[in-house]
Design a binder for this molecule. Structure first.
Ligand code: NAI
Length: 456
């Protein structure tokens, strides 16, 4: 049989694309070599959030006698139990994805797929020694942790002294001391968890800030909060060599050596596109990332690439939407991917959530803009639920008072940021946003207050 669509990769991009295509009446075959749900569900987004929620509960319980009027004594956290709960959550969700595939009549092949070639019949993929042909191919093969050529690092990963996101989430015994190499999203979320459960954490970051492209002021505030909790940050520090769980670093003052029980390697990810036969159809890639247009089309007709594999925005929610775009385009609709308002969240406590332009990106682009800031203390709900919290919101408005960027440091920013993404996507002005009624009392009202102040 010739399938309408073949999908390589069962992560958020792949399973969403397969499901949408199935619901549109297309015959679909999905290949997954490891586990449905991909990195996000099995060793990324969902497992980390499960761990972080346990840590948050423990932190509240640990807050002291007068914390929120609740007295707790002897609160304990058992890392092995937290990991066991995480495994249960993952299992449940993975079987949920399998059900979704069944519901959409997607044929799931649990095997690594390789592209063999393309001819008049379509694109041929081989898996488990069998050949599958599809009129269209959607590549959603994801990404893997980058392990750069730092002397000794590869060996340390092989020996288990250094861990990527995959191995650290499976550790059942918490290290007493952890070096986090890379102060980006993965580094900060894992630093947050291990700090909460009592591990001594050192974050080594080569830039002068943590959290990468996130709002600079918020990134500095977050660093201050975690420094007070005991996390050590070594900024402008480069890793030069690894020996077991020992790391040689270099900064402006010279070289030093850090010793720990484990090293977490969180210095970025790269597209997972090697050894999949993509060269057999002449797919154009740059540094391993499949190049696509805003309809997810590659240089090869009938072949689409979505999610981390195209390296544009390595986030599960981007992959979902890219998957939907690819399927809509295959179905003949004129859909396009808009990358201007993709929310990003660092799930520390407090969270940093942002969308659209930051002050820095707006300035780099030479845009005319102004910044509006408002403390979260303007929200009664925030005060009630965030003892000692000092969060704030920031909005970037263009010269027509249209919202082009927004960020929030505070909880639960991750549950609010989509509203701002919607406003940016729809190019709403302050006056238009102000006409929307927000529920009271909520933390999100602060955004409306900030907007209202701009309306004369
Ligand atoms: P990242 O790109 O967010 O951060 C890597 C950090 O490592 C950067 O700050 C970089 O300056 C630093 N670095 C690079 N080489 C270094 C070196 N040799 N020595 C010291 N520091 C070095 O990458 P990360 O944290 O590994 O995350 C990977 C991907 O996963 C990202 O694309 C991210 O978007 C995604 N992700 C998203 C999450 C979320 O949305 N909450 C959670 C976890 C991951």
């Amino acid at each position: 049989m010739v399938y309408d669509v073949l999908v390589i990769g069962g992560g958020p991009g792949g399973y969403r694309a397969a499901e949408r295509a199935g619901h549109k009446g297309m015959s679909v075959c999905l290949f997954e070599g490891r586990s449905l749900g991909g990195v996000c569900l099995n060793e990324g987004c969902v497992p980390t959030k499960t761990l972080l929620y346990s840590a948050k509960i423990f932190d509240y319980a640990n807050g002291g006698g007068d914390h929120y009027g609740v007295t707790t004594t002897g609160a304990k956290i058992d890392h092995a139990k937290v990991v066991a709960r995480k495994d249960k959550v993952v299992k449940m969700l993975v079987s949920g994805v399998a059900m979704q595939m069944k519901g959409a009549k997607v044929n799931v092949v649990k095997a690594q797929a390789t592209v063999v070639g393309k001819d008049a019949n379509g694109i041929t993929v081989e898996a488990n020694g069998e050949k599958y042909v599809g009129k269209k191919l959607i590549i959603a093969s994801g990404s893997v942790a980058a392990v750069p050529p730092i002397p000794g690092l590869k060996e340390a990963v092989a020996s288990g002294d250094a861990l990527t996101n995959r191995e650290i989430l499976a550790l059942t015994e918490a290290p007493k001391k952890l070096i986090v190499l890379g102060g980006g999203v993965i580094g900060l979320e894992m630093a947050s968890y291990f700090n909460s459960i009592g591990t001594e954490v050192v974050v080594v970051e080569m830039m002068d800030r943590i959290g990468g492209p996130t709002d600079k002021e918020m990134s500095e505030m977050l660093r201050g909060i975690y420094e007070k909790r005991g996390v050590k940050f070594m900024l402008k520090t480069k890793a030069v060599a690894v020996n077991g769980a020992t790391l040689d670093v270099e900064d402006a003052n010279g070289k030093s050596t850090l010793k720990a029980d484990k090293i977490l390697v969180a210095i970025g990810r790269r597209a997972n596109t090697a050894n999949m036969g993509f060269e057999n159809i002449g797919l154009y890639m740059e540094r391993g990332a499949i190049q696509t247009d805003d309809q997810m089309k590659t240089n090869v007709s009938d072949v689409y690439a979505i999610g981390d594999a195209n390296g544009k925005s390595m986030l599960a929610h981007t992959a979902y939407r890219e998957g939907e775009v690819a399927v809509n385009v295959i179905a003949g609709e004129n859909d396009r991917m808009d990358y201007s308002a993709i929310p990003a969240v660092i799930y520390t406590n407090p969270e940093i959530s942002s969308v659209g332009e930051t002050e820095e990106t707006a300035a780099q682009k030479g845009l005319k803009f102004r910044v509006v800031k408002m403390p979260l203390m303007f929200s009664g709900r925030y005060i009630a639920e965030n003892e000692g919290g000092n969060g704030f919101v920031k909005m970037i408005l263009d010269s027509d008072d249209i919202l082009i960027g927004a960020a929030i440091i505070g909880n639960p920013g991750s549950e609010m940021i989509f509203g701002l993404a919607m406003a940016i996507t729809r190019k709403l002005t302050c006056a238009e946003i102000a006409k929307v009624v927000f529920p009271h009392p909520t933390v999100g009202e602060v955004f409306r207050d900030a907007v209202l102040e701009q309306v004369k």
